[in-house]
Ligand binder design. Structure first.
Ligand code: NAP
Length: 337
């Protein structure tokens, strides 16, 4: 569970840290994708990218209708004239949808400068998607299936233009609350994801936090293989905590108790303030490769993820993930050598 030092990091950042859009950032000529861009932090991030003159902005949304409305809102709120904005369908609860989206990225875009994996859910009820508990499917497995699926286009753009490209994934300070015992080595031929999908033992209370612990753990490993030695490509992988923000994330939760509403009034951020951290992550550059970013700077992750057990767990989890991805799509698994 979260240590005192973890909680101090979290509260200190949320209470006293600030977020900002980097000065002089200019995204002219670039192509950027944001998933979950129809509302909340993703929508605010997309507006900032348009203000920074991004040439092509793709909104990955599970409803095309919501995606097209978001495009209209971005144009209305930013007055952008030089950005081409398209909504593309993406449902992270379906592997087939994820694979189709990634293939469209690889085959129809001439370049991809940055991919912002923002979409995520916080569910309180146990349900299954693709045979795995839905939070884990959406926030972890499909998220990684997509990140790996777009990797060839990020590598290709990096080589073609001689620039680093960026993959930024929205994590959370809540990763400190993921129970480490849920990442203990599994047995009886089942992997960690299977074990978390047993309705008789699944604990949905910390499930969202655990999904963020898992994605942080997997990204640390993914960062080490994103660029291949000797290939002249540089794909920066970082993961970001936007902070505790007002958004639709808690739509499946009951109204929060008074104490939580008071805490939010004291330290909460708007989705717009939180979205600065995503923009920062895509322009922050090479020194943020392999880093967890919070309050627009690299920060230490939970003590567990930095411990010997945490490092062992993340290596094993990545192997388990790759076996699973190999079964879902051997082609995608082949992008990681
Ligand atoms: N808000 C916070 O305090 C906070 C703190 C730390 C991290 N985060 C993270 O920030 C990211 C954005 O969250 P938010 O706070 O902006 O929440 P939000 O307002 O609920 O936005 C979440 C976005 O993800 C999309 N999404 C959900 N399930 C999806 C699926 N199966 N396939 C494709 N898209 C899906 C949603 O689409 P629909 O509108 O169609 O549902 C929506 O566009 C998430 O990764 C979240 O975990 C949030």
């Amino acid at each position: 569970m979260a240590t005192l030092s973890d909680k101090r990091q979290f509260l200190g950042g949320q209470l006293f840290g600030s977020t900002y859009i980097p000065k002089d950032a200019d995204l002219s000529g670039k192509t950027i994708i944001v998933t979950g861009a129809n509302t909340g932090i993703g929508l605010e991030c997309a507006k900032h990218l348009a203000r920074l003159n991004v040439a092509t902005l793709i909104l990955g949304c599970r409803s095309l209708q919501k995606g097209n409305s978001a495009r209209d809102i971005i144009i209305r709120d930013t007055g952008c004239k030089t950005t081409t904005i398209e909504a593309w369908e993406l449902d992270l609860a379906s592997h087939q949808s994820v694979l189709a989206f990634a293939k469209r990225v690889r085959t129809s875009l001439s370049r991809l400068d940055a991919f912002i994996a923002n979409a995520g859910v916080r569910l309180m009820e146990f349900t299954l998607a693709e045979g795995i508990e839905t939070t884990i499917t959406v926030n972890v497995i499909s998220n990684m299936l997509l990140n790996i699926g777009v990797l060839p286009k990020l590598r290709e753009t990096s080589v073609k233009y001689g620039i680093p490209t960026t993959l930024s994934v929205v994590g959370s300070m809540m990763h400190i609350f993921g129970p480490p015992e849920s990442m203990a080595p599994p047995s009886k031929g089942k992997d960690t994801f299977d074990l978390l999908s047993d309705p008789s033992t699944a604990d949905m209370g910390p499930r969202y936090s655990l999904s963020k612990t898992l994605i942080h753990a997997l990204l640390a490993e993914f960062a080490t293989v994103a660029s291949r030695p000797g290939k002249h490509e540089q794909v920066i992988v970082n993961w970001v905590n936007p902070g505790w923000c007002a958004s639709d994330l808690d739509r499946h939760k009951k109204a929060p108790p008074l104490i939580q509403r008071f805490a939010f009034a004291v330290m909460g951020r708007t989705a717009e303030e939180g979205s600065h951290t995503l923009v920062h992550a895509v322009v922050a550059g090479k020194q943020t490769h392999g880093c967890y970013l919070s309050e627009c700077r690299p920060k230490p992750e939970s003590e567990f993820l930095r411990s010997k057990e945490g490092v062992e767990a993340r290596e094993r989890l990545f192997q388990e993930l790759m076996v699973r991805i190999g079964k879902i799509s051997p082609e995608t698994a082949g992008f990681i050598e």
